[in-house]
Design a protein around this ligand. Structure first.
Ligand code: 5MM
Length: 341
């Protein structure tokens, strides 16, 4: 596929007013989420949940693209339509998570490396044939007094770049997700430093491995205090530190940045994205800035559903409400009262 076509898909993923839904929970994570609402996890109940999301009327007004897990891209709705076709027919770009999760990094106590490069070329070709047009790979780094180590950042950056190069070769736009976890009591300053080191190394590797930056999307964490930090930074500080860190470390060739929510509450993730985009309105930025949220979009809807067919419409409305709020925040026009300002 031509670079122009890939770059056009990347731009479509971050198109004005829309963002990405990360519905790529692996079976283990999705099963835990279902158990938390009293639903027995099976392929069918996981399918029912994804079907509820993908068939929400008006979902495509706010969502440009959806990241799926391997099981989902192979499934059909209860009336026999392929889930991937339901997305495509609604003009939503189907994507697929291609990493195989995080594993302990040898020689680095408590740190992890993301695996999944073996056989990746073949898997990418299969996903392209199934209708996927973009992919995602997530690396995770945590903050404590010794981490993230240079070693952990380097191996994950190298793997992210190898994945991204293979994805582009297969005609798929790579979403590159280096995540600094919010777990812990670290300060926003510690998060800034870890994010900066990780982004700098990741873009070094992407360039060294010939990845076309105009045909990829960056999915970073916001620069934010740890969950258990005694004095968590304000929304204004998060916006200021995040935008500064990105401006210093993300080349302007990249068309878009789509944040993960990382365990922020849904309202917190919305307000922070809104504050960042308000700053962008004042001072400008070279990239589109949007969302690629998982938990921040689905948490309330999942609880509302509770596995009952009777609650599907109510849950879809909750989902659409969070999508609409994120869409407004993506333009720096969110007010928690729900009015666009
Ligand atoms: C949806 O969660 C994804 C991870 O699931 P597994 O750990 O089960 O593979 C994850 O990759 C997600 O896409 C990102 O972390 C962003 O999700 P959040 O919930 O942080 O916005």
């Amino acid at each position: 596929m031509s670079t122009e076509k890939l770059a056009a898909t990347a731009k479509a993923i971050v198109t004005a007013g829309k963002g990405v839904l990360a519905a790529d929970e692996s079976n283990g994570t999705m099963s835990q989420r279902l158990e938390s609402i009293g639903v027995v996890p099976t392929p069918d109940t996981r399918r029912d949940w994804r079907q509820l999301i993908f068939t929400a009327d008006g979902f495509g007004e706010y969502i440009s693209s959806v990241i799926m897990f391997d099981e989902t891209i192979r499934q059909s709705s209860d009336d026999g339509r392929r889930l991937v076709d339901i997305l495509s027919n609604a003009d939503i770009i189907p994507g697929i998570k291609v990493d195989r999760g995080t594993h302990p990094l040898a020689g680095a106590q408590g740190e992890a490396v993301t695996e999944g490069l073996d056989g990746l070329r073949g898997r990418l070709a299969e996903y392209f044939d199934m209708g996927a047009r973009f992919t995602k790979w997530r690396a995770v780094m945590s903050i404590n007094d010794k981490t993230p180590s240079d070693y952990c950042i380097a191996v994950n950056a190298h793997a992210l770049a190898r994945y991204a190069a293979l994805a582009q070769e297969a005609g798929l736009v790579p979403i590159v997700e280096p995540e600094i976890l919010m777990t812990g009591s670290h300060s926003i300053g510690d998060c800034y430093t870890a994010t900066e080191r990780t982004l700098a190394r990741t873009f070094d590797e992407l360039s060294a491995q010939g990845v076309d930056l105009s045909a990829m999307i960056l999915k970073p964490n916001m620069v934010i205090s740890g969950h258990e930090a005694p004095d968590r930074a304000t929304t204004a500080e998060v916006a200021e530190r995040t935008l500064t860190c990105l401006k210093q470390n993300v080349p302007s060739d990249v068309p878009g940045i789509a944040f993960l929510s990382g365990g922020q509450g849904d309202e917190e993730a919305t307000l922070n994205l809104d504050a960042i985009n308000r700053m962008v309105k004042d001072e400008g930025a070279p990239w589109e800035i949007t969302y690629s949220y998982g938990r921040a979009l689905i948490a309330t809807a999942l609880k509302t559903w509770g596995g009952s067919a009777a609650n599907v419409e109510k849950a879809q409305n909750m989902l659409l409400e969070r999508c609409r709020a994120s869409s407004e925040a993506r333009s720096g026009a969110y007010s928690s009262s729900g009015t666009i300002i």
